[in-house]
Write a protein that binds this ligand. Structure first.
Ligand SMILES: [Ca+2]
Ligand SMILES: [Ca+2]
Length: 138
């Protein structure tokens, strides 16, 4: 009987300990919040944000989402629809009306891909037509 009481006590202790640890970890989790001056639901993209523990009150004017490239205009945010031809980046895509140029590394990858494709096409054509190109012209 004494062993059963001790075992039950130990199990109860472990269950309480695990429950408290999980509750403690949940309250220690933090989220970032960003200032949203224009109230469109997207925080200032240039802000580092503030960290708030789960359950703690979020200050007024702060939101979870970031990425607002113009936090003074509620019509401009990552969720807005792009309007072509007006020279304004409405959806904060850093692409004003499709004028974004591909990056230099992207261009290099495209060029290398084209060279590899041309070499493959050359060998396939050569194989199809059985062209014997003499390598040693002596
Ligand atoms: Ca905003
Ligand atoms: Ca636009």
């Amino acid at each position: 009987m004494k062993k059963a009481i001790m075992l039950t006590t130990m199990i109860l202790f472990v269950v309480i300990y695990i429950y408290r640890c999980n509750a403690c970890e949940a309250s220690m989790e933090v989220k970032k919040y960003y200032p949203d001056k224009d109230g469109d639901g997207y925080g200032d993209a240039n802000s580092l944000g503030i960290q708030i523990r789960n359950g703690d009150p979020v200050p007024d004017g702060y939101v979870e989402k970031s990425g607002d490239c113009d936090d003074n205009d509620p019509a401009i945010n990552p969720g807005a629809k792009a309007i072509p031809g007006n020279a304004v980046d409405e959806n904060c895509a850093a692409d004003i009306d499709g004028t974004k140029q591909p990056s230099q590394s992207g261009m290099i990858i495209v060029i290398v891909g084209l060279v590899i494709l041309l070499v493959l096409v050359f060998f396939v054509i050569r194989w199809i037509f059985c062209i014997n190109v003499p390598y040693d012209l002596d």
